[in-house]
Design a protein around this ligand. Structure first.
Ligand SMILES: Nc1nc2c(c(=O)[nH]1)N[C@H]1C(S)=C(S)[C@@H](COP(=O)(O)O)O[C@H]1N2
Ligand SMILES: [Mo]
Length: 402
């Protein structure tokens, strides 16, 4: 290999080089930046992030503070895990204050032995940890309009990914002894909305978790403390939080939460209901709307892809508005029904262009663009938008919604 050929690719601009050596000339360090020759802060019992890090969930745009949602700032994310403090929130009636010592899960209906579990009893059972995304059916809602959302958070921030720990629901069902006429489950939350949804029994026997852990600690209250369902790859609403009851039944219950919402009215007047599975989606998080490229030259394009049908198999990226596509590198290991990080080295020549990503999952499903999605689904429903998301890079380096 020719000497220097590798290095040239990564030569940074003069300004970035200066920043890497510390302060720019004439610039004073911030007051709290006391340098390496003084004692630092003492140890603490529960950690906080650096005061320099400001990334946050945006305040709710809608409804009341209790029936609202906040969004994960995906544009600031590294890797595939969402810190619990930045996991998106969607509550229909606020976050209930639940004492874990008194919380119980009732399992009844078409079973031989109705059971009640306390948290201590659940935690004694064999457990598993799995990395999965949760995505609200309303994520991408603003992308139905031609205008689209201005940044990654407002476009796709109703999706987050965590490591969840808990007991397989199949284990609890086996303990109770499911009767042969059983086909469905009703799952009910312990919040004021009593959010409840019908779930096919088969999915419970595949991979549903009754989870009490999130990213190595107990669930956050916002994520369902002390207990929630994690239904891998299925729309957010089914992942019932503050779980207090599971009833085994022989047909869907048609609860208010599944008949008043999450149904797509198609162009021909038919309705799609119980779609459950989240279609594959990808999103470039850097560079994305609201960010600014500091200089032309090397940049690593990076983003997230996920699918309710299993693993992400391929992410293609176009740096010329969809004329040509190249495969991005996928971070391994790729987990099923989890965020997958993709990356692509890119040299920006300083001219205006459009960046976009498109993913394919292990079932062969390919993420549609907006026109293809509208062609397939019409414009009557604002749920379940998984279209590709283009970002426009301007000549000054600023990035906006294309
Ligand atoms: N009990 C209960 N479970 C619930 C909800 C709720 O309001 N109450 N919201 C649902 C919706 S619409 C979504 S998208 C997910 C959001 O999970 P998160 O707040 O942990 O991100 O929880 C679901 N589970
Ligand atoms: Mo949702």
């Amino acid at each position: 290999m020719k000497k220097g050929s590798n290095r040239r690719k990564f030569l940074f601009s003069a300004s970035l080089g200066a920043a890497m050596t510390g302060c720019r000339q004439g610039e004073k360090p911030a007051a709290e930046d006391e340098g390496p020759n003084r004692l630092g802060k003492p140890v603490s019992e529960y950690g906080d992030r650096s005061p320099h890090e400001k990334s946050k969930r945006l305040k709710p745009e809608t409804k009341t503070p209790e029936a609202a949602s906040t969004r994960t700032p995906l544009q600031d994310s590294y890797g595939i895990l969402t810190p619990a403090a930045l996991h998106f929130e969607r509550h229909h009636s606020g976050v209930p204050a639940i004492d874990p010592a008194r919380h119980q899960l009732l399992l009844h209906g078409l079973v031989d032995r109705p059971l009640v579990f306390g948290m201590d009893e659940l935690k004694r059972l064999p457990s598993v940890s799995r990395i999965h995304f949760v995505e609200c059916s309303g994520n991408g809602r603003s992308e139905w309009s031609a205008k689209g959302a201005p940044d990654a958070q407002r476009s796709q921030g109703l999706a987050s990914c965590s490591e969840w720990t808990g007991v397989p629901l199949s284990l609890l069902l086996a303990e109770a002894g499911v009767q042969s006429s059983a086909k469905w489950l009703l799952a009910e939350g312990g919040d004021a909305s009593k959010m409840s949804r019908s779930i096919p029994l088969q999915k419970a026997n595949e991979d549903i978790l009754v989870a009490y852990g999130q990213n190595g600690e107990a669930l956050r209250p916002e994520q369902g403390y002390p207990l929630r369902l994690v239904v891998p790859g299925w729309e957010g609403n089914i992942n019932v939080k503050w779980l207090r009851r599971i009833k085994v039944v022989d047909e869907p219950v048609m609860t208010k939460d599944e008949t008043s919402k999450y149904t797509d009215l198609m162009a021909d007047g038919k309705a799609r209901i119980f779609t459950f599975v989240v279609d594959a989606k990808s999103l470039i998080t850097y560079p994305s709307g609201g960010q600014k490229l500091a200089a032309k030259g090397f940049h690593e394009i990076s983003g997230l892809a996920w699918s309710g049908r299993g693993k992400i198999e391929r992410v293609e990226v176009s740096t010329d508005g969809g004329k040509s596509w190249v495969n991005a590198r996928l971070e391994e290991p790729r987990h099923r029904m989890a965020f997958t990080r993709f990356r692509l080295p890119w040299t920006w020549d300083g001219s205006e262009t459009v960046l976009v990503s498109r993913c394919t999952d292990e079932s062969g499903y390919v993420q549609p663009d907006r026109a293809q999605l509208i062609e397939a689904r019409g414009m009557n429903s604002d749920y379940h938008n998984n279209a590709t998301k283009p970002w426009q890079v301007m000549a000054d380096g600023s990035v906006k919604n294309a």
